[in-house]
Design a protein around this ligand. Structure first.
Ligand code: S3P
Length: 184
């Protein structure tokens, strides 16, 4: 084998990897790194919505409403899942919980839930509230309570994922290990 070509060793290497999890779980950052390592395209569902609407997420929520956002999110999710052969996709924190999105994800790809505690998510989100319409108006104390509440509502859906990764700080190698993907 050419030593400069990295080969992926795994019999059933998942071709469509979909990262799910609460806001602040690092789906986009990790997804980009994972896609680079696997040499496959990376899609970010929030980014796809922003590009299509030519508006940021907060403006879409404020001017068109959450229902509109969820409809576009569903439509673009379907498009990405069905019109590409291979990719890593980072979903939004609410994506699996609307329409039949979680079912759609599991029927068309391999889902990985990046699982974190409310305390950890809260510590990450305090610095990243302003671009997230669902949390931007909360004080830091309110934020922790809100995360606990919303995560408890969403967790059973996230848990429908094919794989759950529950490390202190999930790394690309943790996901590869969960998916039994070996790159040599
Ligand atoms: C949302 C999460 C956000 C974004 C929107 C709604 C949610 O994505 O889709 O603000 O309902 O949890 P991130 O998880 O990338 O922050």
């Amino acid at each position: 084998m050419n030593k400069f070509v990295k080969k992926i060793y795994s019999l059933n290497y998942p071709k469509k990897i979909v990262l799910v999890g609460f806001m602040g779980s690092g789906k986009s950052t990790l997804g980009k790194k994972l896609a680079t390592k696997l040499k496959v395209p990376f899609f970010d569902l929030d980014e796809a919505i922003v590009n299509q609407e030519e508006l940021d997420i907060t403006t879409i929520f404020e001017t068109k409403g959450e229902n509109f956002f969820r409809a576009i999110e569903h439509q673009l999710l379907k498009e990405i899942l069905t019109s590409n052969k291979q990719f890593v996709l980072a979903t939004g924190g609410g994506t699996p919980c609307f329409y039949n999105n979680m079912k759609l994800i599991n029927e068309n790809g391999t889902s990985v839930y990046l699982k974190y505690s409310p305390a950890f998510l809260s510590s990450r989100l305090i610095a990243a509230k302003k671009d997230r319409p669902l949390i931007k108006n909360y004080t830091n104390n309110e934020l922790t309570l809100f995360i606990e509440q919303l995560l408890s509502e969403r967790e059973s859906i996230y848990n429908e994922s094919n794989f759950v990764v529950n490390e202190i700080n999930v790394k690309v190698d943790d996901v590869l290990q969960a998916l039994k993907i070996e790159i040599v």
